[in-house]
Design a protein around this ligand. Structure first.
Ligand SMILES: Cc1ncc(COP(=O)(O)O)c(C=O)c1O
Length: 439
């Protein structure tokens, strides 16, 4: 029995808010609450559950792996890591990306990618290269290094004294772009060149981008020439390109990785979320041989996290990727993404929907007060939070997003197993939630 004076929100970390939504079971595309309500998970959790919930075979694979090896120091090899690495190298990673190291999630992976980029240059005898050029609307994680290279106003709030200053280029944000006069000539990509020049090319180690954006500004999707141009600029200056695909990777956008849409192979590719589909904490850093070779030649090591490459996580990821392949879920993400876009198209005429955007099953709507001027609602209205709350009332969980000039965005990233009927339910609930909130 809880003590009589226990606060109603005793399970929340911060006092005073509403008690968290309780979920007692997850199955398929649904979250089940204690009173038996089934909520359609249009966000796949935090855009994680690529193969959907309740896959018994993943739980069984994790159980088997733990029965064989519960833990070893991460540099040791286990059967579950061997099988995962081989699957990634043989069937998932872009050509030329051969080296894999694992972590417990997205932030740890991006943090490690930054360290690898830095170690690469230190080992090569270029210790002045340390800056990582990020973009003004981006998210790369919640460690201090990943917050520092990202441009997520809300999540950086109050942290500035703790964050090393890295240059920021404007994100590629076609809806509000003022970088090109008239037709697009990729001013946003050229802005990265400007930042490299301004910082001093001999001080820049890497450029980090989310090839398709996540929740910060809502599935920002660049024009076709953007990523190839950014890769070209990086090559020109001898700067490493880090593609953060923690959210967009492992099939989410209808390709194995979002970079594949544009046949760009980054120097370092970062994954998380969909890699293990939420069944175990997992992230990965995947590198070209040329990136890590100097580190090895210098006799240095890349320090691990204690739970890196944990057998449970490797087994979960291996089983999840097996399902992805067997059920052709990458292809399905592209197909169902087209259905989702078609069903959301009617929202494009909505007076408060500025844009529907995204790729595959990573899509978002941006909400504004004035569609002509793109003026947002006052921040104090908490428009996004209220729409998401109404969505739950309508039986659908949407992912709240938005930061900076993209203040209010509702993001969708359902399991890649979603059906057309469930997509109908998502589109209907979203329209109702927007209308009820803004009425
Ligand atoms: C692009 C991107 N990078 C990094 C992260 C951080 O990942 P995690 O929350 O697993 O640490 C996220 C999380 O949403 C993300 O979307």
């Amino acid at each position: 029995m809880p003590p009589a004076d226990a606060p109603a929100d005793r399970h929340a970390f911060l006092p005073g808010g509403r008690p968290p939504l309780e979920v007692v079971r997850t199955e398929g595309c649904y979250l089940v609450t204690p009173d038996g309500r089934r909520i359609l998970d249009a966000a796949g959790g935090a855009i994680v559950s690529n193969v959907g919930h309740g896959r018994r075979e993943v739980a069984d694979a994790v159980g088997r792996a733990l029965g064989e090896v519960d833990y070893v120091v991460p540099p040791f090899l286990t059967d579950s890591r061997r099988r995962l690495v081989e699957r990634l190298q043989d069937r998932w990673l872009p050509p030329g990306i051969t080296r894999c190291v694992f972590t417990s999630g997205g932030s740890e992976s991006v943090d490690s990618a930054i360290r690898v980029a830095r170690q690469h240059f230190v080992s090569r005898g270029e210790p002045d290269r340390w800056k990582v050029i990020g973009r003004d609307l981006s998210y790369h994680g919640v460690t201090l290094a990943t917050l520092a290279v990202a441009g997520h106003e809300k999540r950086r709030k109050g942290m500035d004294p703790l964050l090393t200053e890295h240059p920021k280029a404007p994100a590629c944000y076609p809806l509000r772009c003022s970088l090109c006069s008239g037709t697009c000539d990729l001013g946003c990509a050229e802005a990265i060149r400007t930042e490299i020049e301004r910082a001093g090319p001999e001080t820049v180690a890497a450029v980090i981008v989310e090839p398709v954006g996540g929740s910060t500004a809502g599935a920002l999707t660049p024009p076709d020439g953007y990523l190839p141009r950014v890769a070209e600029i990086c090559r020109e200056y001898g700067v490493l390109l880090i593609a953060d695909e923690v959210m967009s990777g492992f099939g989410r956008t209808g390709a194995r990785f979002a970079v594949d849409h544009w046949q760009v192979v980054p120097d370092i590719l970062v994954g998380g979320k969909g890699l293990s589909g939420g069944y175990a904490p997992m992230g990965g850093v995947f590198c070209r041989e040329e990136v890590v070779a100097p580190i090895a030649e210098a006799g240095d090591e890349v320090m691990f996290f204690t739970y890196a490459a944990h057998p449970a996580s490797c087994a979960a990821a291996h089983a999840v990727l097996d399902i992805m392949e067997r059920e052709q879920l990458v292809e399905r993400a592209a197909e169902m993404g087209a259905v989702l876009r078609e069903r959301l198209a009617r929202l494009e005429g909505h007076p408060h929907v500025a844009e529907v955007r995204g790729r595959g099953l990573l899509q978002a709507v941006e909400i504004v007060r004035d569609k002509q001027t793109l003026e947002p609602f006052p921040a104090s209205d908490r428009t996004t939070a209220r729409i998401v709350g109404r969505g739950i009332g309508e039986g659908v969980f949407f992912y709240p997003g938005g930061s900076g000039r993209a203040q209010d965005v509702i993001v969708m990233g359902p399991p890649l197993t979603i059906t057309p009927d469930q997509i109908d339910q998502i589109a209907t609930a979203l329209e109702k939630a927007i209308d009820a909130t803004l009425a």
